[in-house]
Design a protein around this ligand. Structure first.
Ligand code: IPM
Ligand code: MG
Length: 353
């Protein structure tokens, strides 16, 4: 198969992990006889520096015409002045919105061989396998802000429409059907009007369209606790944009490192964006020590969701398992043991493919 990937390395450790994404895609192309090509574009802080715009139109056009978009990370202290005219994150949010990527899939699995890298006890986390489905183009991220004339009162609006809730719940329920048949919806319905709409809509969609899938609604504060006390009880979890952002960072501690978690951002169109859930990690950028596995597992999601290459995606996941079983570790998951750098981890996974 011929496929074209747009690469958006972005800022901080983004370029370091995206380089390993191409190493892995090239290994897959060699083994399975595909023809993968790449073009790199600016997005985030690097795009602000070069053009003044965190999402230049040339980047957006390229993404629209790609088979899949591979994204590293955006942001950093250089661009975090609260009074700046724009920010790197504006580029990322603009990209998600422009491509209609309303569904962000964030699988969180523990690896048997890595369980001791988790700050939580083995008997709690072992066997965790959760698929978070985070709504990505609505909620408080996109409800707009109001600032009073004197600048002393500010509001960010959390806003959801019935249609936005229905489509993400349907997608999550479909996913639950293909897994254990259980869906957990997370909201704050005891306080927020938006959450009460979320809960009513979710319950109706599930009753009318997915009677075969079990539904449990949980308040977000309780969910934050249950994730650490009984993570194995959850299968597919659907929630809004902000709660999904926070809960998935928390959940990354179940396998042991934010650096391990991939994500896929999908919509009704053909193009998906695939990015690790970690940020630009300015504290370790440029040192070659970042864990590329979240990015590498995101390429597997790209092959599966955008190209339909199931065997190829499985080969990447199997290679990651094998490398971890062989004891290869980047610093974030090495504990007091020895670690390899970003390039060596990528090379090990490529060799296993
Ligand atoms: C994420 C990130 C982004 C988000 C930031 C960088 C805008 O934290 O993808 O989880 O909040 O969505
Ligand atoms: Mg986040």
């Amino acid at each position: 198969m011929k496929a074209h990937f747009v690469l958006l390395p972005g800022d901080g450790i983004g370029p370091e992990v995206v380089a390993e994404a191409t190493v892995i895609l090239n290994a897959v192309a060699r083994r399975f006889g595909h023809d993968f090509s790449y073009t790199e574009h600016l997005m985030g802080g690097c795009a602000i520096d070069a053009t003044g715009d965190p999402l230049p139109s040339a980047t957006l056009d390229a993404c629209r015409n790609a088979d899949a978009v591979i994204l590293g990370a955006v942001g950093g202290p250089r661009w975090s002045d609260p009074d700046a005219a724009t920010r790197p994150e504006v580029g990322l949010l603009g990209l998600r919105k422009a491509l209609g990527l309303y569904a962000n899939l964030r699988p969180v699995r523990t690896y048997d061989v890595l369980v001791d890298a988790s700050p939580l006890r083995r008997e709690i986390v072992d066997g965790t396998d959760i698929l978070f489905v985070r709504e990505l183009t609505g909620g408080i991220y996109f409800g707009g802000s109001t600032i009073s004339d004197d600048g002393r009162t500010v509001a960010d609006h959390m806003r959801y429409t019935v249609e936005e809730i229905e489509r993400i719940v349907r997608l999550a329920a479909q996913a639950a059907r293909g897994r254990s048949g259980r869906l957990t919806s997370v909201d704050k319905a005891n306080v927020l009007e938006v959450s009460r709409l979320w809960r009513r809509t979710t319950e109706r969609v599930m009753r009318d369209e997915f009677p075969d899938v079990g539904l449990e609604s949980i308040l977000v504060d309780a969910m934050a606790m249950h994730l650490l006390s009984r993570p194995r009880d959850f299968d597919v979890v659907v929630t809004g944009n902000l709660f999904g952002d926070i809960l998935t960072d928390e959940a990354s501690m179940l396998p042991g490192s934010l650096g391990l978690l991939p994500s896929a951002s999908l919509g009704d169109g053909a193009v998906g964006v695939y990015e690790p859930i970690h940020g630009s990690a300015p504290d370790i950028a440029g040192r070659g020590t970042a864990n590329p596995l979240g990015m590498i597992l995101s390429t597997a999601m790209a092959l599966q969701h955008s190209l339909g290459l199931e065997a190829e995606a499985a080969a990447i996941e199997a290679a990651v398992h094998q490398v971890l079983a062989n004891g290869v570790r980047t610093a974030d998951i090495a504990g007091s043991g020895t670690s390899v750098d970003t390039v060596a981890m990528g090379a090990a996974v490529a060799a296993a493919i």
